[in-house]
Design a binder for this molecule. Sequence first.
Ligand SMILES: [Zn+2]
Length: 97
Amino acid sequence: MAVEVPCSQCGNKCSVPDNMAGGIYTCAACKKAQEQARQAQAPPSSVSPFSALAASAASAAASAAMKAIQNASTAAKASMARRLRWRLKRLLQPARR
Ligand SMILES: [Zn+2]
């Protein structure tokens, strides 16, 4: 999906992917990078609310998965550290006597 946004410099209609809405795009005619307005100059029907929803759902799922991985690795590290400390204790004890 792409939306057409008139260039603020030269008026040329720029085709911008709608996932770039609010981002930076470069005008093909005047080669000026510019910030796209949050409200793209396109009829609302051409902007799918579902794609935005899907994108936010996907990023939410990705961040949840990332958090789960971080928590898991933290837990794994903690239990490994506990085990290592326990082994270290057992290794050191006979030497202390
Ligand atoms: Zn332009």
